[in-house]
Design a protein around this ligand. Structure first.
Ligand SMILES: Nc1ncnc2c1ncn2[C@@H]1O[C@H](COP(=O)(O)OP(=O)(O)O)[C@@H](O)[C@H]1O
Ligand SMILES: [Mg+2]
Length: 291
């Protein structure tokens, strides 16, 4: 059994460099200001095959932490090991980025080619892989995200949810071990949001991919094995959905919106009904109550 974490974040701190605008006069006061840390002494271990949700309101440091997991950002202090590789070692950074794929909020920023299948192939083409291997990987990736039937279309003909699937296929084609989805559902309609979350769970369960889903939607966190809550650049809570959802007041105090079904489920639990934490829609609550 492999007992090493896949990602080992060891007490990292990070502050974005203060940007000096051209012609900007820096006052004495500003000069003495330290950059505000976006992360402060954060430690976290992500295990192979885990599904972790990183939850927190805007500005809490989720994206900054996510970018440290694939060497897009390097810590000012502390270390990040990905599959045992230190992200600060320049020679390792390419490998780290191949092993940990990142999906972003807006699929359109991740789509490059004018035909779906060429877009999925793009990352492999620039890496100079042989055509037969590219073909095989593109076919597999399109099938894994369920858009094989759209392979010859231009991406702009796809819906938002389908374009996000395409972005995921492009990452999958590179055969990563881990996917970080950074607010990858936040521009989508509620149904597509659910579908993309379901797809991430499917990739986790059927392909054994380690998944880190970054979100500020509580509903999306309900199915995770573990929820990590961030606030002001630190991890302040960690637990199973049942543990985290048990204290909704705490989540409210962190400026996280509590969807009505989750609030209702908490009241029902208080009244003695054993409602599962995954029941985050009115329909699911109704099913729980009918059992
Ligand atoms: N490129 C940047 N330059 C300067 N400050 C940034 C930058 N990106 C984020 N920050 C700051 O770092 C903190 C954490 O931001 P971020 O990691 O993006 O949070 P989240 O993803 O949870 O919304 C915030 O205070 C934010 O303003
Ligand atoms: Mg963010």
């Amino acid at each position: 059994m492999n007992l090493a974490p896949f990602i080992d974040i060891k007490s990292i701190s990070y502050a974005y460099p203060v940007q000096k605008q051209p012609g900007m006069v820096i006052s004495q006061e500003q000069r003495s200001m330290q950059p505000v840390p976006a992360l402060y002494e954060v430690s976290l271990q992500i295990w192979p095959g885990e599904y972790v949700v990183l939850l927190g309101h805007n500005g809490s440091g989720k994206s900054t932490l996510a970018r440290h997991c694939n060497a897009l950002l390097l810590p000012d202090a502390g270390r990040v090991l990905v599959d045992g590789l230190d992200t600060k070692v320049e020679a390792m950074q390419r490998t780290v980025r191949d092993r940990v794929g990142m999906i972003l909020q807006n699929p359109d920023n991740q789509i490059i080619a004018t035909i779906v299948q060429d877009d999925v192939a793009w990352g492999l083409t620039v890496r100079g892989l042989p055509a037969s291997l590219i073909h095989e990987r593109v076919t597999d990736a399109l099938a894994a995200v369920g858009i094989s039937h759209l392979s010859m279309l231009p991406p702009h003909k796809l819906s938002g949810g389908q374009r996000q699937r395409l972005a995921i296929a492009g990452i999958l084609a590179l055969r990563p071990q881990c996917i970080i989805a950074d607010e990858a559902t936040s521009m989508l309609d509620p149904l597509s949001r659910q579908e993309i979350t379901a797809l991430l769970h499917q990739l986790n369960q059927e392909h054994g991919l380690t998944i880190i889903q970054v979100t500020h939607f509580l509903e999306e966190a309900a199915l995770a094995r573990r929820i990590v809550v961030m606030e002001q650049g630190q991890i302040i809570l960690e637990g199973t959905p049942a543990e985290i959802f048990a204290d909704l007041e705490r989540l409210r105090s962190l400026n996280l919106a509590i969807p009505e079904p989750i609030a209702l489920a908490a009241r029902l639990r208080d009244a003695g009904f054993p409602i599962a934490p995954e029941a985050v829609t009115i329909e699911a609550l109704a099913r729980e109550l009918m059992h």
